[in-house]
Design a protein around this ligand. Structure first.
Ligand code: GRF
Length: 225
């Protein structure tokens, strides 16, 4: 099988992108990152990609007027790189449904909460406010609704009594990196798909009843719903 071609979309620091680059370099991810695209030209993620010799696309989205038109133009440029999968790794813009429609089923996002809990921003603070005993991250298929596409896999961790939003973010980040790499590796191997109704994840030809769970030693595991 040909190596999968990945486009990564990122707006910020790029630590998830860095995890993908490292996994590829170390032979843990059999895929090529053909493009890193972002909506903040000064983002560290884009600098990181350039330093790694990866093609970049930098398009400022602030102050550009009509959102949907920007999204369509941006996605057309991403599509021109010919990716098999598009990975949103800290891409902080909600893309228009029409612009992403051709990619539904081939687009994954990492979100720092146990979806469907806490979609949107500020998840670490909201976990504490809700008194949750557990926190975590989810990798899900992107659909038109924000952070609402079917979840492929999650990683969980306990919330401690003395946790702050900052301590949760710090503890979760390395888990996010491992989760994202594991999920992208599955996608690149052609093992995951989204069912045509856009509601169910299919792994190795079988519908998932519940998200996979990342186990520290055994990697991604099936779980009971
Ligand atoms: C991560 O927490 C990701 O889940 C969220 O934004 C953060 C991005 O971090 N959507 P980085 O840019 O990958 O370091």
């Amino acid at each position: 099988m040909a190596r999968a071609r990945l486009a990564v979309l990122a707006s910020g620091r790029g630590s998830n992108l860095e995890a993908l680059i490292a996994a590829r370099r170390e032979g843990r991810l059999h895929a090529d990152i053909v493009l890193v695209a972002g909506n903040r030209p000064d983002a560290a993620a884009l600098a990181l990609a350039r330093a790694a010799g990866i093609a970049t696309l930098a398009r400022e989205s602030r102050g550009t007027g009509e959102r949907a038109a920007w999204d369509r133009a941006f996605m057309a440029e991403v599509a021109a790189a010919g990716p098999d999968w598009i990975v949103l790794a800290g891409f902080m813009r909600r893309l228009d449904g029409v612009a992403i429609a051709p990619w539904v089923g081939r687009m994954l996002n990492i979100h720092p909460s146990l979806l469907p809990k806490h979609p949107g921003l500020d998840t670490h603070r909201r976990v504490l406010e809700a008194g949750d005993a557990e926190h975590g991250a989810s990798v899900h298929f992107v659909t038109a609704e924000l952070d609402a596409g079917p979840v492929l896999a999650q990683v969980r961790m306990p919330v401690h009594v003395d946790d702050t939003p900052a301590s949760l973010a710090r503890r979760l980040l390395p888990l996010e990196h491992r989760l994202l790499v594991a999920c992208v590796a599955l996608a690149a191997a052609g093992r995951v798909a989204l069912r045509a109704d856009q509601r169910v994840v299919v792994l190795d030809g079988t519908a998932l009843d519940a998200p996979l769970r990342l186990d520290e030693r055994q990697g991604l595991q099936r779980t009971a719903p």
